[in-house]
Design a protein around this ligand. Sequence first.
Ligand code: DGP
Length: 210
Amino acid sequence: MACKRGALIVLEGVDKAGKTTQCKKLVQALQQSGRPAEMMRFPDRTTTIGQLISAYLEKKSELEDHTVHLLFSANRWEMVPSMKKKLDQGITLVVDRYAFSGAAFTSAKPGFCLDWCMKPDVGLPKPDLVMFLQLSPSEAALRGQFGEERYETSVFQRAVQQKFEQLMKDPSVNWQVIDASQNIEGVHNSIMDHSLNAINTAQDQLLGEL
Ligand code: DGP
């Protein structure tokens, strides 16, 4: 009998919400419970496209806004063959940011609409679960200063948060909002519960497309 497919699980949220910490903890907990799992993150800065994106984020280069948007999307598309292979092998993928960050960050810039911003990602593997780590801008500020990278300002992050709120209205995506103001273990427990449900459900369903 063919093995059951893994689940595609995405964590989204504004900066400082704790996505990376929680992705790592989730992968560890799934592996310890005997469920094959791997972490991925977007942008993946290791590829040729990812290096262009990284230089842009570090403000070492300038790129036209539509151009960089398409590069972020291309960076997701270039990973699709390996993502599908791993999911088919029964590996659950825990992904730190995905197409929703793409749409939320670019559409927070002047002159971009959410609809146009989602277009390049149409057809990507659809996550079985997207957890949005919700943290108010004031709580995020208590977690320390933003870094030096592009987009790391409170004003921009507030605009991004509003765009995420619009995206979460899409009923065709399995969004779950997680209260990221709880302590690390509390957040982890909520994330684990939702993930186990998604893994069980995904086993009997075909992988969808965005
Ligand atoms: P991180 O490596 O998770 O800190 O993410 C890098 C930054 O890039 C972060 O500010 C969010 C932003 N970002 C992630 N994905 C996209 C995308 O697809 N498009 C745009 N414009 N920004 C993105």
